[in-house]
Design a protein. Structure first.
Lengths: 62, 238, 250
């Protein structure tokens, strides 16, 4: 049952291409979005840390 | 104040919306008449775009008859889109738009006047020559009149909706593409009912519902669009 | 910046207060989305029975329908925050709208593509110009218009206000556009095929769609809260508070 089950699962009654492409596209879209937003957040916080450091330095001379 | 002599003393004191509308319409029409060549060019754009389609798909009569209403409406949309920046661009560039926004008359009324002038100088001529172009596509006499009527009702709505887009994109470098992207989705219902009116007539169903919907859209746009455009102008001027 | 008031809402309305809250919420919504997605996939791919008419191809609806629902829902939420930003002149509401748009566009695109992939096995053609898909395509243009307008305006506050007006004009027009496209479709195609009309939908199918819809909703919240953090950091980078919020070692 298991072997036939897996093959049948992937075949999706002959419509495997359509079904799995849809699910794959959804997975890819979500993954790309997560990666892109995290990269954007990293870049944004990095630039903040950078300018913060620049602002802190002159104050050190007290 | 560079516009005072054009406005006239009584206009600056009076704050009635109707007077503002009338003043604004006359002013913009006068300005438009000074550049008549530009208006002719816009009309010519319509004619040229319409002419492109038979060149592209061939001159077979049945095909042109089937495509005609759609082509004539789409070209009207594009011609309207092309002329939209004119509503605000020159006034924005020379600072008179700021003066207009500071006036005591309500800004939506003044903008309505600008839109009315825009329609009279672009949409109205377009609607009037459309029966001639309809004949080129083999549309019947009745269909040609229906096209003209539909455009007469539809083109003011195009000007009204387009003014919102023109106000939002004031002074931006991005060119006409952005304006098209913003406005064309809003134009879709007008296009559907306008071209659809002729289809309905051909199907023997009568174009009444489509024309009624076009009129309803016009009435709603007449109320809503100047308000939205006024908000957009103030945002652009701040 | 607004002086500290006793009312919690207004306190929350400043980007400074919202930033740490968003950061705390993201993992919870993300985890919920992951769990619901697993459950939804289980139901959709394994538990739900094969459809009598469409075979296994119908399983695309477990992606397509939630994506379509989210695409419309996000646009309305985006328009809501735009209205709030114009009414109360707050920055944060505009930032939330700005954060929502890309996710909304993503769901719209996904709905369109999966709709096409469903259309081919179910109705023989990838694109049938039916009312719902055509309206969905126009919705994608509305999202792109919002993002393009934001992008074209340099001043962030002008961008906030202009795109807010655009979104409100758009949301008012969406029902009109849908109605007109629906009318257009019935005139030109006779019997219109609705992509969600499976005559009798088994309970499991409906459950699967709902679970996936909630999964998509929580995912959207999580990713939007993540993106709004980035937007806040980008736009507030010159204020004094942001340095303390943002960890140095990243």
């Amino acid at each position: 049952m298991k072997q036939g089950g897996l093959v049948a699962f992937l075949a999706m009654g002959g419509y495997g291409f359509y079904v799995w492409t849809s699910y794959a596209l959804a997975a890819i879209a979500v993954a790309v979005e997560i990666v892109a937003v995290r990269a954007r957040l990293r870049a944004a916080t990095k630039s903040v840390s950078g300018s913060e450091r620049a602002m802190v330095l002159p104050d050190d001379t007290q | 104040m560079m516009c005072v002599e054009v406005m006239g003393e009584e206009a600056t004191r009076d704050s009635s919306a109707l007077r503002g509308f009338a003043w604004s319409t006359m002013r913009d029409l006068r300005l438009a008449m000074r550049s008549r060549a530009e208006l002719a060019v816009q009309l010519l754009f319509y004619v040229i775009v319409v002419t492109l389609f038979p060149l592209a798909v061939g001159a077979e009569t049945a095909l042109l008859r089937a495509l005609g209403p759609g082509v004539l409406w789409v070209a009207a949309l594009l011609a309207s889109l092309l002329s939209l920046p004119r509503i605000f661009a020159t006034d924005f560039a020379d600072g008179s738009l700021e003066q207009i926004a500071l006036s005591t008359q309500p800004l939506p009324a003044l903008i309505s006047g600008k839109i009315a002038a825009h329609w009279i100088s672009t949409g109205l001529p377009l609607a009037l020559i459309s029966p001639l172009l309809a004949a080129q596509f083999g549309l019947s006499r009745d269909e040609g009149w229906l096209l003209a009527l539909g455009l007469l009702i539809g083109t003011p709505t195009l000007s009204l909706l387009g003014a919102i887009g023109a106000a939002l994109t004031l002074g931006l470098r991005s060119g006409g593409g952005l304006l098209a992207l913003l406005i064309l989705p809003l134009y879709v219902p007008i296009l559907i009912f306008g071209a659809g009116s002729i289809e309905a007539m051909r199907a023997g169903l009568g174009a009444g519902p489509q024309l009624a919907l076009l009129t309803a859209a016009l009435l709603v746009a007449m109320v809503g669009a100047p308000l939205a455009a006024a908000a957009a102008v103030r945002i652009a001027l701040d | 910046m607004r002086p500290m008031s006793a009312i919690a809402w207004f306190k929350l309305a400043s980007p400074a207060s919202f930033f740490p809250l968003a950061r705390r919420l993201v993992p919870w919504f993300g985890a919920a989305a992951a769990v619901l997605t697993a459950a939804g996939l289980w139901i959709g791919l394994i538990v739900a029975p094969t459809d009598a008419q469409q075979g296994d191809a119908y399983r695309i609806i477990f992606i397509h329908v939630p994506a379509a629902w989210m695409s419309m829902f996000i646009y309305v939420v985006m328009a809501f925050w735009c209205a709030v930003s114009l009414t109360f002149n707050t920055r944060l509401a505009a930032m939330l709208a700005q954060a929502l748009a890309p996710t909304g566009a993503m769901f719209t695109f996904l709905a369109l593509v999966t709709g096409a992939l469903w259309g081919k096995p179910a109705w023989g053609t990838y694109w049938a110009w039916d009312a719902r898909m055509t309206s969905e395509l126009i919705l994608l243009f509305l999202y792109f218009g919002y993002m393009a307008l934001r992008n074209a305006i340099d001043d962030p506050r002008r961008a906030d206000r202009a795109s807010a007006v655009l979104a409100l004009v758009g949301v008012v027009n969406v029902p009109i556009i849908y109605f007109s496209v629906k009318w257009w479709n019935t005139l030109h195609q006779g019997a219109s095929v609705s992509l969600t009309s499976a005559p009798t939908m088994a309970v499991t199918m409906l459950t699967g769609m709902l679970v996936m819809a909630f999964a998509a909703w929580f995912y959207a919240i999580a990713i939007t809260l993540l993106r709004v953090q980035a937007i806040i950091a980008e736009r507030e980078k010159n204020t004094s508070w942001i340095g303390e919020m943002v960890p140095r070692t990243r």
